[in-house]
Design a protein around this ligand. Structure first.
Ligand SMILES: O=C(CO)COP(=O)(O)O
Ligand SMILES: [Zn+2]
Length: 210
C-alpha cells in the first residue's frame, strides 16, 4: 500500500470506530508501520472521528516527526513495540467501554485477563496480558509493553484501556473488535455459569490459526 492509501485507511477506520462508539472525545490512538524506517500515527488530542489525511503524523523509528502534527503521547510505546516485534505492523489503542470496564476490575490474572469461552477470541488474540496502571503517556507503559511485545497481540492497560496489534491496520482493527465483543459477552454473562473452553479445545484452535 502507498503512504496515501495507509493514511486514507487510518482516517476511515478511525471514523468507523468513532461512529460505532468504540472511541469518544480525544481518547485512543492508531498507528501503522509504513516501511522499516517510518511509522504513521494519529496526532495527539485528535478525535478518531475527525482525522485528516494531511495532519496524520509520520515518525522515524527514533520518534522524530517527519510529517504532520505532533504525534500521540503514546507514540513512544507504539515505536517500542514495532522495534521489538517485526511481525507487529499496526497498533490500535482504545478506551472502548467493555474492555476498559474489564481493565478496572481487581484481581485480574496478569497473564490473561479473560479466560477463553468463544473460539474467535483464541483464534484472533489467544490471551490478553495485563499491564499495571501508569499515567497515560508515561514511559513505564512503553517499557512494560516492550517486555511483552513478542509474547502476545493484546494487552489490557489497567484502569485505562486496551492495546491490540496486528499484521496490518485491518487485522489490528478486527482483533480489537473481536476483543471488545468478547468483553461485552463477559459482562453480559456475569452471574451465570460460563462453560469455558477446555484446554484441549483451546489447543485445537491455536494450532489452526484464524
Ligand atoms: O488514549 C490516549 C492516551 O492514552 C490519547 O492520547 P493521544 O491523544 O496523545 O493519542
Ligand atoms: Zn489511552
Amino acid at each position: 500500500m502507498t503512504d496515501l492509501e495507509q493514511k486514507e485507511l487510518m482516517v476511515q477506520l478511525g471514523r468507523s470506530f468513532y461512529e460505532r462508539g468504540y472511541s469518544v472525545g480525544g481518547a485512543g490512538n492508531l498507528s501503522v508501520r509504513l516501511d522499516e524506517n517510518r511509522v504513521l500515527v494519529t496526532p495527539t488530542g485528535s478525535s478518531l472521528g475527525r482525522l485528516k489525511v494531511e495532519r496524520l503524523s509520520v515518525l522515524d523509528m527514533d520518534g522524530n516527526v517527519l510529517e504532520g502534527d505532533k504525534p500521540s503521547k503514546e507514540s513512544v510505546f507504539h515505536l517500542e513495540m514495532y522495534r521489538k516485534n517485526p511481525k507487529c505492523n499496526a497498533i490500535v489503542h482504545l478506551h472502548c467501554t467493555y474492555l476498559t470496564a474489564l481493565s478496572c476490575l481487581q484481581g485480574l490474572d496478569p497473564t490473561n485477563a479473560m479466560k477463553a469461552f468463544t473460539p474467535y477470541y483464541v483464534m484472533r488474540v489467544g490471551k490478553m496480558q495485563v499491564i499495571p496502571y501508569y499515567r497515560p503517556g508515561s514511559p513505564e507503559i512503553a517499557r512494560e509493553l516492550s517486555e511483552r511485545a513478542l509474547s502476545g497481540k493484546a494487552f489490557l492497560l489497567a484502569n485505562h484501556g486496551v492495546v491490540v496489534t496486528g499484521a496490518d491496520l485491518l487485522d489490528a482493527s478486527d482483533n480489537t473488535e473481536e476483543l471488545e465483543e468478547t468483553a461485552k459477552l463477559f459482562f453480559t454473562l456475569q452471574g451465570q455459569k460460563i462453560r469455558y473452553l477446555t484446554d484441549d479445545e483451546v489447543k485445537d484452535l491455536e494450532n489452526r490459526g484464524k
